[in-house]
Write a protein that binds this ligand. Structure first.
Ligand code: TYD
Ligand code: MG
Length: 454
């Protein structure tokens, strides 16, 4: 058997033979830490389960009913979970410190408790009194949730085994400490061991386990990516510090669609659900402005409109800046290259800034055309009409490709008072769009039509 490497990336968990400043696997800097080598042999006893019994083998054809789900009543959360909480599932909720994970999970636990589940909230970061005070402020004090402030995993598993709750929240996985692993809490080995114990407990007893994981930039403690592969569902709670909007995004879900989002707003009374995110993301728009374009996007199963903003200015630097917030930097470079090569519109000597308003992150290639439109509008200092939405994928040849769920995008735009749309040729428009739709075959046609000769 290969010798256990003792250097591990605390961001992604990759094992390395020697220390280096940058992890080859995930690209994180300064994240590689030395771990005490695992001692060989079967001497380490697991904390919970008895081992050594025979496996139960079944056929593929064995009938399996759909997993029973319990809804919390918080629609934004239930949708991201794929329709509710699945029994015996392990869920990781990751996010930056201070983004609102504890707040979200306290609210969620209270909702599940009110829906009749037996819930335990274990905090390794706050004292029970602190959590009770927060619960009072959030008007959750009457919910039948049981609290514990504990970090010793052996004690936690022992208690859970006795209590057999339906749901347990562990806040956070990085504070947990398994006494059969010889390294500090927060280290890769501890976080992995704690996660393994808790996931095994979930599968063994039917309790659903929610693990909170802090995302770390410095690498002193292991990040949630270290355990992503061990759980059934991975949710990330995202948002910009300066904005009150928070987005709960499913990045992996064994029991539902990935890429589904739930939108929340951080208020004085905790997190409020945002049922119409399009209206929220567009609320700060007023007059038509150069560089501003509304993209009709799809997040999971739901259409979401959001505003893209671009700024293009002469650069004082020999190497002009390309700065992107909320969209992929590589994809921006590609669109700039296509504009230059296929439409003869250069961006040399110009700084380019692109921002998705409201702290939203877009991952869809369907936003290509909206990005191109924002860049051109900023470069030409020519605003687009304020009442149109734009979507479509751009290929390297400059051709526009139709994208999925066109009908849903158009419906949402119409609902929010838009009167027109620019879309690729051959888009499936559906029965009655009710919008004035300009369909274009390639980027050159788009430039000619919207910005004159370009
Ligand atoms: P918290 O849930 O403790 O974050 P995390 O667990 O991800 O570290 O949330 C912390 C922030 O949320 C804190 O800066 C204050 C803010 N907050 C509100 O604005 N309103 C509220 O009702 C609560 C409970 C927190
Ligand atoms: Mg917290």
């Amino acid at each position: 058997m290969a010798k256990q490497s003792s250097f591990t990336c605390s961001s992604c968990g990759a094992a390395h033979k020697k220390w280096s400043g940058r992890c080859d696997d995930c690209g994180a800097w300064n994240s590689i830490v030395e771990e005490a080598p695992l001692s060989a042999g079967p001497s380490k006893k697991s904390l919970g389960a008895q081992r050594g019994s025979a496996m139960i083998l079944t056929d593929l054809s064995t009938e399996e009913p759909a997993p029973p789900r319990v809804k919390s009543g918080l629609d934004e959360l239930d949708r991201v979970l794929g329709g509710g909480l699945v029994r015996a599932s392990a869920i990781l909720v990751g996010g930056d410190p201070g983004i609102g994970k504890s707040t979200l999970l306290l609210q969620a636990t209270a909702s599940f408790a009110r829906a009749g589940l037996k819930c335990i909230y274990v905090s390794g970061e706050e004292a029970s009194a602190q959590i009770r005070m927060r619960a009072q402020r959030l008007n959750l004090a009457d919910a039948p949730v049981q609290l514990a402030a504990e970090t010793n995993l052996r004690d936690i598993i022992t208690t859970l085994d006795k209590e057999r709750p339906d749901l347990v929240v562990i806040d956070s996985i990085q504070t947990m400490w398994a006494d059969n692993v010889e390294s500090a809490p927060g280290s890769v080995a501890q976080v992995r061991a704690a996660c393994h114990e808790l996931v095994t407990f979930a599968k063994r007893t039917g309790t659903s386990v929610v693990l909170v994981g802090h995302v770390t930039k410095e690498g002193q403690i292991a990040g949630p990516r270290v355990v992503e592969h061990m759980v059934d569902t991975v949710l990330y709670f995202e948002g910009e510090r300066g904005h009150q909007f928070r987005i709960l995004r499913a990045v992996k879900n064994r029991f539902g669609p990935a890429d589904e989002i739930g939108v929340f707003e951080m208020t004085g009374e905790g997190l409020a659900q945002v049922t119409n995110p399009s209206a929220l993301f567009l609320s700060e728009r007023d007059k038509p402005a150069p560089g501003s374009v509304v993209f009709a996007g799809i997040e999971g199963t739901r259409p979401v409109l959001c505003e893209l903003q671009a700024l293009v200015a002469p650069s004082p630097h020999s190497q002009p800046r390309r700065t992107v917030v909320g969209w992929d930097g590589g994809r921006l470079a590609m669109i700039l290259a296509v504009l230059e090569a296929r439409c003869g519109i250069p961006f040399t000597g110009l700084d380019v800034y692109l921002n998705v308003a409201g702290g939203m992150r877009i991952n869809e290639p369907a936003a290509d055309l909206a990005v191109a439109a924002a860049l051109l509008s900023a470069r030409e200092d020519a605003p687009l009409p304020a009442d149109i939405v734009v979507f479509g994928e751009i290929s390297l040849s400059g051709a526009l490709r139709p994208v999925g769920q066109t009908e849903n995008r158009l419906k949402e735009a119409q609902k929010l008072g838009f009167t027109g749309a620019i879309a690729p040729m051959r888009s499936k428009l559906g029965s009655d769009a009710g919008l004035k739709i300009q369909q274009m075959s390639d980027l050159t046609a788009f430039v000619g039509e919207i910005f004159g000769a370009g």
